[in-house]
Write a protein that binds this ligand. Structure first.
Ligand SMILES: [Cu+2]
Length: 157
């Protein structure tokens, strides 16, 4: 089979670029220690003992500074604990969330807050709520027959 010289050059070029691309991707992921979300184990807990592991043994929203709040929350089928959250307008809330059963979602529509909640992992996200109102917190990962009932509210006063 005869392959034209230019075709050979382009084939070599294409294959070389593919190899270089995969090497760069693979090596950078390896050297930068990329892993699944939450891996590294400092953020891992035993999902079977969430109710006995601080701070999740006492899910609550607490003031940690001037207009700074920390919401320690547990997502479960089918809801969030604590069920009611209230902060004054202008507050920055850091959500620290884990799951006691399956994979759930944690989304507040209209904000940047959108994360997965994985059993055994602790995920965090912060947001400043400037406008007063009721903010819906909902699960956007299908988690079972009650999935559509899985939401709670954050009241900003
Ligand atoms: Cu859910």
């Amino acid at each position: 089979m005869h392959i034209h010289r230019l075709e050979k050059i382009w084939l070599t070029f294409g294959v070389t670029m593919l190899v270089v691309f995969l090497l760069v991707l693979g090596l950078s992921a390896f050297t930068m220690g990329m892993d699944t979300p939450g891996a590294g184990h400092s953020h891992s807990i035993d999902p079977a003992k969430v109710d006995k592991t601080p701070p999740f043994d006492k899910p609550e929203i607490k003031r940690i500074g001037d207009k700074q709040y920390e919401a320690v929350m547990v997502a479960y089928a089918f809801g969030y604990s604590p069920a009611t959250l209230e902060v004054p307008a202008g507050s920055t809330v850091r959500f620290t969330v884990t799951s006691s059963d399956v994979v759930h979602g944690f989304e507040i529509p209209g904000t940047n807050v959108n994360m997965m909640v994985l059993p055994g992992e602790i995920n965090q996200v912060s947001h400043t709520f400037d406008k007063p109102g009721e903010y819906l917190i909902l699960c956007n990962e299908y988690c079972g027959i009650g999935h559509q009932m899985m939401f709670t509210k954050l009241v900003v006063k």
